[in-house]
Design a protein. Structure first.
Lengths: 620, 102, 535
């Protein structure tokens, strides 16, 4: 089939960009109209993205288009779009979640007087994210990579008057920037090592696909690790995960869109996009798998001890992103991207449902919630479906994708498989804790919670449906998704992984039911027996404190020391020079006594000396 | 000693007397007088060279006339300043002429 | 169209004519004076923009050149065989190429914006505008002249008005700041003059065969110097003559003197302390010009004279320059992190960003050099914008201390938005102009000095830390009740803010606009770097 719609793929990011421009220029005079502009633009993007996807499902060829951006004598930097199956998949995820979140926000943000500003930022984010997805070269990807970062920063700090929001926004920007610099240096390295200074993905595929071509193994590993550093920052992997939970200070729709479904998954996407470089370096692959597995289990343990509904979900996101990285690290691009695909739906669903809860009870502390199931039926049902999908209960979407990752891990390294299975257990445990504490039990006194308006619940239902069915595109018996994405039919390890994953999930749910619903096991007593462990988990392993001590404080101390250096030494030398000149001047003032005859006498003596000197020269 | 030599000697003596006066006298009027003496020593030199020098010419004479007139003007200005100064400070003592220093 | 008129001279001298007109007109009120000065600022800006639009990049300067004999001093020399005359010639030479053209346009834009921002000036308007116009002539001249003697004259011509503008209209510590400015820059000028004297007396030599023998002349023409120093001029044939012989020692001396002289102006670590006081004390519109254009004269001089005239020396000292640049980047950034006064934060940020220019120069390839010029232009725009907002905020709140401000996004959302945009541009956000300057400089330097580049990139991280700290402390957070009543920007303030922001975005999205005229400018230089590798 011919490529008809793909030629208009550039419109997908341009539509939200136009909405952003409109809202920025005329924002003050628009209110609800502004929201409609943004929603319409994202709907347009969604429709176009679906048309392109349909065309690609029918087997259209890859489409790419590129223009020169900056021309030098020796090299050219270009800008362009690349429509492949991988980018189309991401494009569909981003536009679907983006559109639903836009609709949802119309209810959630209705009372905020800066609603148009909110929609402007969201539109800019969608434009940047879609630009990132479609970018045909690494530099352009980096540029949009930074732009989504700044949009995330703006939206985290949307409620600018809250000091916590301000600090969280700043932290998010700076911590992810650490990773971004890794990506930047990777771009620099690639620019000078690639033949012809090419940065586009097809050249990268060609060069690294053939055993790295002229590029040595060491440099390949370095490039891969630096790219991975960028992904670590963006996708909240250990040790740069600290910004993501704090980012929950932003409005909840933003947490769903940016900090669960799309932007944080960009790191996974980046690794998938440059997968040939990783494949060329076993060391880099091992690093990706190790970091991913460690982050998965590490964040899951923290999620067990958090009391803020959004923070639990945030740590869950970190953990699931680690899962995706694990999938990529064990060499299965299909498993990683598949989990990204399903996770986008059920995690967005969980966040939006959590937003619906917060909207109703005006608190984020799960200890102050309870018994909401009776009053918020839709929210409770959809949240439950999301939680089950996340816990990996068959036949929901999360099960299939988690199974794919575990199967791939089992093939590579049993240790990674065990870590993955334990994480699956922990995931089910904290999700059941969350669900029971929020929705089950007796309602708290004085709470007049009620169901959210339809504009908020309809997106929940749509996402819930997607969370149920999205997994069927790739099952151990039906490998359509993997074939479509990579062109190779995926292979599965059989039933061991599936059984273990299901068992872990069910065990977690059962244990959670025992502790938080039935009360057979006294959770409080359990916690009281190991107060040290609980405190460490509650304080998130003291990583924030550690960073504060090692980086922030020492930088500040260095700054103060340098300030003294600047004032005393650098400026002191200048001062010394000036003071010397002044001292000489003062000495000379002494000689200016004002006595005319004194001056004359001095002049006379000078003349005599001069004459003697001249005459003396003649004589000698 | 040639005729020129004696003129020059006289001029030198006059110049040194004037210089001594300028450097040592405290009374400003005496300093001005000594200054005139120095100028006249120069005039004498000019005339002497014009008459007995290597290339006798009229230039020296003319230059002397100029010097005399300029000296007269200078004396007039000098004395005028002195009078103004005397009115302000009631002194003609050179030691106390240190306005610029204050 | 522009070839027909002496456009370069017009751009340079119209502001001076404006200064005369302003001086003579019997006007006393600020508004009328601003209009007159505005007209004389706008005309060169329009001419510069037309020139920019019409310019076609060609090696060596192109069709806009002006040359007039200005001053010839015959020199006595014992009659020698075959020499008809020997003279010292100072000519009036103007020219423009891809290196100077962007800076000329930058001068026009920043001057215009600073003029609009001068609404905050409260006294002695006539003197202010006269000095301001003289300053413009100096700036245009520096970028447009092709003769080192005239370069020196124009360079000095910027010092004097700037001295008075800082010293009369500045804040509390203005006189000390002006003093510091003059003394430091005076030292720089003295070193520059010394270097130019060495150059004119040796490399400025040309011999033209005439009827009665060779006509020998010394001149300050940049093209003559360039030809002689890079080995294609008549100097090579006269190398045996001990009088004209340019020894390696002299070349190094001239090179080092030039680097220090322009390093002071840039400012390069450790010659930066004078600039802090100027940034903190000068009136906002003058800091705009100062940070926007005057510092860029250092960058321009560094590339024009130190780099282009001495490619061999630059190649050998590139590592030193890069180390100085990286030191400046990190040093300025770390100090900016702990500043409590926003203007000082911006001043240290300038130190940090000018270090990037040094990196671009040290890279010795066309990407890095383009990056250096891009960084100069972009920082000019961004610094002008930042100080414009700082001036407007100071006008309203009476302070720019970070700990005394907060939550201004509530009462002045427009200015806060612009401030945030400018801050993001400073920290090198893509799609804003600051990114390209940094990226291209790093990209260029990475070819030869990878580890140093990585250290430089760390500075980008720090720039995010200090810029966000400063901007967010001012605009975000709870608002103090003290600032409840403050008003949003007036039209005359908002206009330059929007214009500068638009330019910053434009250059970020469409960088070719700036790099295309530079296309050919660095080719001879890069060739010189390459050809010298063997020898």
């Amino acid at each position: 089939m011919a490529t008809v719609f793909a030629a208009y793929a550039w419109l997908v990011p341009v539509l939200p960009l136009a909405a952003f421009a409109l809202l920025t220029a005329f924002g003050r005079s628009l209110r609800t109209t502004g929201a409609w502009v943004a929603i319409t633009a994202s709907l347009g993007s969604l429709v176009l993205a679906l048309l392109i996807a349909g065309e690609r499902l029918a087997g259209a060829e890859d489409y790419s288009q590129s223009f020169d951006w900056l021309v030098f004598g020796t090299a050219t930097l270009s800008i362009g779009i690349d429509v492949t199956n991988l980018t189309t998949l991401m494009m569909v995820i981003v536009t679907v979640v983006g559109f639903l979140v836009n609709v949802y926000s119309y209810g959630y943000m209705r009372d905020d007087e800066r609603m148009t500003v909110f929609y402007a930022y969201v539109s800019l984010f969608l434009a940047s994210m879609l630009g990132l997805v479609l970018a045909d070269n690494l530099l352009m990807l980096y540029i949009f990579w930074e732009l989504v970062g700044v949009c995330s920063f703006l939206l985290i700090g949307f409620w600018y008057y809250k000091p916590e929001a301000r600090d969280a926004a700043k932290k998010a920007f700076i911590v992810t920037r650490v990773g971004d610099l890794g990506l930047l240096i990777a771009v620099l390295l690639l620019f000078w090592y690639m033949p012809g200074h090419a940065l586009d993905f097809s050249s990268i595929n060609n060069v690294f696909g053939n055993d790295g071509g002229t590029i040595s193994a060491g440099v390949t590993t370095l490039i891969a690790l630096l790219i991975f550093l960028g992904a670590v920052g963006k996708s909240g992997q250990f040790p740069l995960h600290v910004w993501l939970p704090d980012a929950m200070e932003g409005p909840t729709p933003i947490s769903a869109l940016i900090h669960a479904a799309t932007m944080v998954a960009a790191g996974v996407f980046l690794v998938a996009r440059t997968f040939v470089i990783f494949e060329a370096s076993p060391a880099a692959m091992a690093t990706v798998a190790a970091i991913g597995a460690f982050t998965a289990i590490f964040a899951a343990t923290i999620a067990l001890a958090q009391n803020d509904i959004k923070r639990v979900l945030a740590y869950s996101t970190v953990s699931q992103l680690g899962y995706m990285m694990l999938g990529l690290g064990v060499g299965s691009i299909v498993a990683g991207m598949f989990h990204l695909f399903t996770h986008a739906f059920f995690k967005a669903l969980l966040f939006l449902a959590a937003g619906s809860v917060i909207h109703a009870v005006h608190t984020q502390d799960i200890r102050e919630m309870g018994g909401l199931a009776g009053r918020m039926k839709t929210t409770a049902w959809t949240f439950g479906i999301g939680a089950l999908a996340l816990a990996g209960i068959p036949p929901l979407a999360g099960f299939w994708s988690k199974d794919a990752i575990l199967a791939a891990a089992l093939e590579q390294n049993p240790l990674l498989f065990v870590v993955g299975a334990v994480t699956a257990f922990l995931t089910a445990l904290y999700m059941s804790r969350l669900f029971y504490m929020v929705f089950a039990g007796k309602p708290k006194d004085g709470s007049h919670a009620h169901e959210s308006p339809a504009v908020m619940t309809v997106p929940l239902v749509v996402l819930a449906v997607l969370s149920v069915i999205a997994g069927f595109v790739e099952t151990p018996w039906y490998g359509w998704f993997g074939e479509w994405l990579t062109g190779e039919s995926a292979h599965h390890a059989g039933y061991l992984a599936m059984i273990v994953a299901t068992a872990a999930g069910l065990l977690g749910l059962y244990l959670g039911w025992l502790i938080w619903q039935k009360g057979t096991i006294d959770g409080k007593a359990l916690a009281a027996r190991m107060p040290g462990l609980v405190r460490v988990l509650e304080r998130k392993y003291y990583i924030d404190e550690f960073y504060d001590l090692v980086f922030v404080r020492s930088l500040r101390r260095l700054g103060h020391a340098l300030r003294r250096f600047d004032a005393v030494v650098v400026d002191g030398v200048v001062w010394l020079a000036a003071a010397t000149a002044q001292a000489v001047g003062r000495l000379n003032t002494r000689m200016q006594s004002g006595q005319l005859q004194g001056y004359l006498l001095a002049a006379l003596f000078s003349v005599v000396i001069l004459v003697l000197a001249v005459a003396g020269r003649r004589l000698w | 000693m040639t005729l020129l030599g004696s003129y020059l000697t006289l001029a030198a003596v006059l110049f040194c007397l004037g210089l001594y006066g300028v450097l040592t006298k405290r009374n400003a009027i005496v300093v001005l007088l000594s200054l005139e003496l120095m100028l006249n020593a120069v005039n004498l030199n000019l005339v002497a060279f014009a008459k007995y020098g290597m290339i006798p010419s009229l230039t020296g004479h003319i230059f002397t006339l100029f010097t005399i007139s300029v000296a007269a003007a200078e004396a007039a200005v000098g004395v005028a300043i002195l009078i103004v100064f005397y009115r302000r400070r009631v002194t003609v003592n050179v030691d106390e002429f240190d306005e610029l220093r204050r | 169209m522009l070839e027909a008129i002496p456009v370069l001279s017009l751009i340079t001298w119209i502001p001076l004519a404006g200064a005369l007109v302003t001086m003579l007109l019997p006007l006393r009120n600020a508004r009328a004076l601003r209009w007159v000065a505005g007209v004389f600022t706008a005309v060169p800006l329009i001419l510069a923009a037309l020139l920019y639009a019409e310019y076609k990049p060609v090696i060596g300067g192109g069709s806009y050149e002006e040359a007039y004999t200005w001053l010839t001093v015959p020199l006595n020399r014992d009659a020698a065989e075959g020499i008809a005359s020997l003279e010292l010639a100072f000519d009036y030479l103007m020219g423009v190429d891809g290196l100077s053209l962007p800076l000329v346009l930058l001068t026009g834009i920043v001057s215009m914006m600073a003029l609009l921002a001068s609404v905050h000036i409260r006294k002695r308007w006539k003197t202010f505008y006269v000095l301001f116009l003289i300053l413009q002539t100096g700036m245009y001249g520096v970028f447009l002249t092709r003769d080192v003697v005239w370069f020196f004259i124009f360079f000095e011509l910027t010092l004097i008005p700037a001295f008075f503008l800082i010293g009369i209209w500045g804040l509390e510590g203005r006189e000390k700041a002006a003093n510091r400015f003059l003394v430091y820059n005076g030292v720089g000028s003295a070193l520059m003059l010394l270097a130019f004297l060495i150059l004119v007396a040796t490399a400025g030599f040309t011999a033209t065969p005439g009827a009665g023998g060779d006509m020998l002349r010394f001149s300050g023409s940049y093209d003559v110097l360039l030809a002689n120093l890079t080995g294609s001029g008549p100097q090579t044939s006269l190398a045996s003559d001990p009088i004209f012989h340019l020894t390696d020692g002299m070349k190094w001396a001239a090179f080092v003197l030039l680097v220090i002289a322009f390093g002071i102006k840039l400012p390069m670590f450790p010659f930066h302390t004078w600039m802090l006081r100027v940034h903190a004390e000068a009136p906002p519109s003058i800091v705009m010009v100062h940070a926007g254009v005057l510092l860029k004269m250092g960058a321009y001089g560094l590339i024009r004279f130190a780099a282009q005239l001495f490619p061999d020396e630059l190649r050998e000292s590139a590592t030193v320059l890069a180390v100085l640049g990286v030191t400046g980047i990190l040093y300025g950034a770390v100090l900016a992190v702990v500043q409590k006064e926003f203007r000082l934060l911006l001043a240290y940020s300038s130190v940090s960003h000018m270090g990037i220019v040094l990196l671009g120069v040290a890279s010795r390839n066309d990407i890095g050099l383009t990056g250096a010029v891009f960084q100069a232009v972009s920082h000019g725009l961004i610094a002008a914008l930042l100080f414009l907002i700082v001036g407007s905020l100071y006008e309203r709140t009476g302070t720019t201390r970070i700990d005394e401000l907060g939550g201004l996004a509530k009462s002045v959302p427009f200015m806060s938005g612009i401030l945030l945009t400018a801050g993001l541009a400073t920290l090198g956000l893509p799609m804003l102009s600051g990114f390209w300057g940094e990226f291209l400089s790093f990209l260029g330097l990475f070819e030869s000095m990878k580890v140093l580049t990585v250290f430089g990139v760390l500075g980008v991280l720090l720039s995010a830390a200090y810029m966000l700290r400063g901007v967010l402390a001012i605009t975000f957070g709870p608002q103090s009740t003290r600032y409840d009543g403050i008003k949003e920007a007036r039209f005359v303030e908002a206009l330059p803010m929007v214009a500068l922001t638009a330019l910053i975005v434009l250059l970020g999205v469409y960088p070719s606009l700036l790099t295309d005229p530079m296309q050919q400018s660095f080719e001879p230089l890069v060739e010189a770097f390459k050809s010298g590798v063997g020898g």
